[in-house]
Write a protein that binds this ligand. Structure first.
Ligand code: HEC
Length: 289
């Protein structure tokens, strides 16, 4: 009796995992019917593309290339009918909640960001027509942001106001620093009762010569969202030296040390001598024939 229980329970466990993994992934009820009020235009899809490229390509591959990772069940290519035939809300729900080897993203990305991924996925579905929700009676916050910096605590101070309802608490704020090689995520926070969110920024971050950096802020609450990009003096002043300044092999000869010039020329002479020797040797061989 004991033995059979010990074998049956894990068997059931793995069988249910297996069945769950193999069965069609159906989103129950209302969840799948959710619609985005944001238009799935090029800009919005571009936002989603950035997220897709960092968070999804490792398994789903590059769109239209069918180069997804072989997992069970297979993740699939986002341009396929399998994705096309789903409702917007179903895609949203699956990305938020995940299942087995598909991770849940609801804690990493806001609903607004996940809609942007859906917009990106839709950009590969020819003939797709977006449906919009009925917004009658729904209050859409109109968010405005102001950015400050408190150098005593090394934090960005973001003040959000909802111009329509005057309720500025509970807004999700995310901050990025825009650098030469794309954006760097600083952190996120939720506004307090005064509509203020604090996000730490490291003042050792390299800025320009005066210590300015470009900060991108994104805020969302319910159906409302806003974006703000501003340069602030919150980073370390950095003097950028040119890559060809100073003594380098690839810079001007006048900057090179004497031993290097001598060495370089000796090698050149050596190569020429070797080539002349080979030509002479070849002629000798020809004469012998
Ligand atoms: C660790 C690998 C992995 C990563 C990373 C991943 N996925 Fe998935 N995804 C899967 C697998 C595996 C499935 C199939 C799951 C199933 O059917 O149970 C899947 C399924 C899905 C589905 C549902 C497809 C369907 O046919 O129902 C969507 C939508 C999706 N992924 C979107 C995304 C997006 C968007 C991202 C990035 C934000 C992402 N996935 C990142 C592995 C991954």
């Amino acid at each position: 009796m004991k033995i059979s229980l010990l074998t049956i329970i894990p068997a059931f466990f793995f069988a249910s995992l297996y069945l769950q993994a193999q069965s069609d992934w159906i989103v129950a009820g209302e969840e799948g019917g959710k619609l985005s009020i944001q238009i799935f235009d090029e800009d919005f899809a571009l936002e989603g593309k950035q997220i897709y490229n960092t968070a999804c390509t490792s398994c789903h591959g590059m769109p239209e290339q069918e180069n997804y990772t072989m997992l069970s069940p297979p993740p699939g290519d986002i341009s396929e009918d399998r994705f096309k035939n789903q409702k917007d809300g179903e895609l949203l729900y699956k990305i938020q909640k995940g299942r087995v080897s598909m991770p849940a993203f609801e804690n990493s990305y806001s609903e607004h960001e996940i809609w942007s991924i859906v917009a990106y996925i839709r950009s590969f579905h020819s003939g797709y027509e977006q449906e919009f929700p009925d917004l009658e009676g729904i209050e859409i916050p109109v968010l405005a942001m102001k950015l400050g910096y408190d150098e005593n605590v090394d934090k960005l101070v973001v003040r959000v106001s909802d111009e329509k309802t005057d309720q500025s608490e509970g807004v999700n704020v995310r901050a990025y620093v825009k650098g030469m090689f794309g954006s760097h995520f600083l952190g996120k926070a939720i506004t307090n009762a005064y509509g203020i969110a604090y996000i730490p920024i490291d003042s050792k971050l390299p800025g320009d010569e005066q210590g300015y950096v470009s900060v991108l802020l994104k805020a969302d609450k319910g159906y409302g969202n806003a974006k703000l990009e501003e340069r602030i003096q919150a980073a370390a002043p950095t003097h950028r030296t040119s890559a060809i300044e100073g003594r380098h092999l690839w810079s001007r000869a006048s900057k090179a040390p004497i031993w290097m010039i001598v060495f370089f020329n000796l090698i050149g002479i050596g190569v020429w001598l070797a080539m002349i020797y080979i030509v002479i040797a070849l002629r000798k061989i020809k004469k012998l024939q």
